[in-house]
Design a protein around this ligand. Structure first.
Ligand code: CTP
Ligand code: CA
Length: 227
């Protein structure tokens, strides 16, 4: 080993990352979505690729762009699309990182034609989407599962609850009320929890730096075994 090269720590590993917000259509021109920019997930995908992993990035609505075109990009719209694309790759995956902001509800009815206005009020009927991460957690066959939690209060409590309920190996929590954290910015401030509790806490940092730190923890916990 020379001073300028370092052994890629995720060589031979298959990594699946989800990013961005899902889109749940009401009609051909309208949809429900959220503020996720996708930047955190894109940064994680590229950081994993930089460590030599085979990376598939499943992305919903996003403003992020891939710099490294050796990351395999799959575009999706709805939570159901994302569920299908992720579960198809799950049996062969070693590591799955779910950074996407998946809609919790979708319209019960999706109109094939543009909905015309009528009356003074409109009530939308919504139904729950499938929890992708919980589905993966219940079907684990050795995959290392990483989730995210965007919270406005009781961050540790909710993050640990999600980690346990969804059978995650790590959860990355961010307090979205904090300046420079969460949606639509280039920085994030996160706390990382494992089954044993708090593992790491990072001040406001560039999303790429946050991504690299998350990869460090994944390598330490999942990357130890030879592929
Ligand atoms: N998630 C998912 N499928 C869903 C909803 C969420 O896979 N239908 C994943 C997200 O990608 C994220 C994690 O679950 O990694 C936590 O998402 P979050 O919205 O914080 O938690 P929820 O379990 O949806 O709970 P709530 O929104 O009520 O806080
Ligand atoms: Ca949610």
């Amino acid at each position: 080993e020379t001073w300028f090269s370092r052994k890629p720590r995720l060589a031979g590993k298959r990594v699946v990352v989800t990013a961005g917000g899902t889109i749940e259509r009401l009609d051909p021109v309208r949809y429900l979505t959220n503020d996720s920019s996708g930047k955190m997930g894109f940064a994680i995908a590229e950081a994993a690729r930089a460590e030599g992993a085979d990376v598939t990035l499943i992305a919903g609505r996003t403003t992020a762009k891939l710099v490294d075109n050796s990351v395999r990009l799959v575009r999706v719209e709805s939570a159901e699309d994302m569920l299908r694309e992720v579960t198809a790759r799950y049996p062969d995956a070693d590591i799955v990182v779910k950074a996407a902001a998946v809609a919790d509800y979708r319209p019960v009815h999706r109109s094939e034609s543009k909905i015309k206005k009528k009356g003074e009020q409109l009530t939308l009927e919504l139904e729950r989407t499938t929890d992708i991460l919980a589905t993966l957690g219940s079907r684990k066959t050795g995959q290392f599962l990483v989730g995210f939690a965007a919270e406005t209060d009781n961050v540790e409590h909710y993050a640990m609850d999600k980690l346990q309920r969804k059978r995650l190996d790590l959860i990355v929590a961010n307090d979205v009320t904090q300046e420079g954290a969460g949606f639509n910015v280039d920085t994030n401030a996160v706390a990382i929890y494992g089954p044993e509790g708090l593992v790491d806490k990072m001040p406001v940092s560039a999303k790429r730096a946050v991504a690299e730190r998350i990869i460090d923890h994944i390598v330490a916990r999942a990357g130890g075994k030879e592929a």
